[in-house]
Design a protein around this ligand. Structure first.
Ligand SMILES: [Ca+2]
Ligand SMILES: [Ca+2]
Ligand SMILES: [Ca+2]
Length: 292
C-alpha cells in the first residue's frame, strides 16, 4: 500500500501551526513517573529485572491536542506520528488526549519528536497544517554517584606536612548536570577523618596530621563518599576506598645524603680543575708576556 504523504511537508514547520494547542504536563508526568519503577534506583545504578513481574503502569495523561476547527461534533480526528507514537505515546483520536504508556528514562532518551495532525473524519482532509512538537523528559534523581576507577591505592611519605596532596578521586553521576542538583556531587570522608581530609568539590585527598610514622602504622584504609544533591539530605551516594601507604623517609634521606656527597665531590673536583686551568693559562700568558 502506498503511504499518504499527506502531512509530511507541513510537519517540517516546527512550531508554526499555532492552532494546535499542546498542553504538556511534564511536571505531573514526572511526579507520577517518580512512583513507577524507574531504571537504576537508589541502589547500585544497574538496571533491575525485578520490574518484569510488576504489571504495566496505567497510562498517564501528559497533554492534549486541540484545534479551534474542532466543533465538538465528533468529526475531528487527532493523529499522532513520530518517535514513540502509538507505543510510548498514545492519543485519543476524538479528544486529542495524549497519554504516556510507560515510565520514561531520561538517561536512556531525553526527548521525543512528534507530529500532530487534525483531520476531518469524513473527508480525511487536514483541518490545518500538521505541527511538530517535542516532549522533553525531565530529570529525576535516580542515579547515584559512581567511582568508576576505585578502589584506589596511593602513597605519601611518612611525616609529610599537613595538607600534602595524596590522590584525587572522581565520581560520576548519570543524571542531568544542567537541571537541579541531581548530579551535583560533594565528597566526604566516612572513615579516616583523624588522619586525612578531602576537598568536598575536587575530591583531592590530603594529609590532616604531620606526624604519621611509618614504623607505627604503615598503611591506612580510607573510606570516601560522593553524594549528589550537593551533599544534602535525601541525596544518593556512592563510596570507594583509598589504601594509603606511608613511604619510608629514612631510606629517602640516605639516598639524598649520598647524592649530595657525590655532587659535592664532583663540584670540588671541577673547581680544582678550573683553578688549575686558570693557573696554567695565566702562567702561559705571563710567559708569553715575558718572552713574546
Ligand atoms: Ca533514569
Ligand atoms: Ca535521572
Ligand atoms: Ca544523581
Amino acid at each position: 500500500m502506498p503511504k499518504k504523504p499527506l502531512h509530511r511537508s507541513a510537519a517540517r514547520k516546527t512550531g508554526t501551526a499555532s492552532c494546535l494547542r499542546k498542553q504538556r504536563r511534564t511536571r505531573e508526568e514526572r511526579n507520577r513517573r517518580g512512583r513507577a519503577p524507574a531504571a537504576g534506583g537508589a541502589g547500585s545504578g544497574t538496571s533491575s529485572s525485578s520490574s518484569k513481574s510488576t504489571p504495566d503502569p496505567e497510562p498517564v495523561l501528559i497533554g492534549r491536542l486541540h484545534t479551534d476547527m474542532d466543533r465538538n461534533d465528533g468529526r475531528t480526528k487527532y493523529v499522532l506520528r513520530g518517535e514513540g507514537a502509538g507505543s510510548v505515546f498514545v492519543i485519543d483520536e476524538k479528544t486529542g488526549n495524549i497519554h504516556v504508556t510507560k515510565p520514561l528514562d531520561r538517561e536512556e532518551k531525553d526527548e521525543y519528536r512528534l507530529i500532530a495532525t487534525a483531520t476531518d473524519r469524513l473527508t480525511d482532509r487536514a483541518l490545518e497544517p500538521s505541527s511538530q512538537f517535542i516532549i522533553r523528559v525531565q530529570d529525576i534523581n535516580d542515579n547515584p554517584p559512581v567511582f568508576d576507577e576505585g578502589p584506589y591505592s596511593a602513597s605519601v611519605p611518612e611525616m609529610a606536612n599537613i595538607g600534602t596532596s595524596i590522590i584525587q578521586v572522581t565520581a560520576t553521576d548519570a543524571d542531568d548536570p544542567t537541571y537541579g542538583n541531581s548530579a551535583k556531587l560533594v565528597y566526604t570522608l566516612v572513615q579516616g577523618q583523624q588522619y586525612f581530609s578531602v576537598d568536598p568539590q575536587t575530591g583531592i585527598l590530603r594529609t590532616a596530621v604531620p606526624d604519621m610514622d611509618r614504623e607505627t602504622q604503615d598503611q591506612y584504609l580510607v573510606l570516601l563518599q560522593a553524594k549528589d544533591m550537593g551533599g544534602h539530605l535525601g541525596g544518593l551516594s556512592g563510596t570507594t576506598t583509598v589504601t594509603v601507604k606511608l613511604t619510608d623517609i629514612s631510606a629517602e634521606r640516605d639516598t639524598c645524603t649520598r647524592d649530595t656527597l657525590s655532587v659535592t665531590a664532583v663540584f670540588v673536583l671541577a673547581d680544582t680543575v678550573c683553578r688549575t686551568l686558570h693557573f696554567r693559562q695565566r702562567k702561559s700568558l705571563f710567559a708569553a708576556g715575558i718572552y713574546g
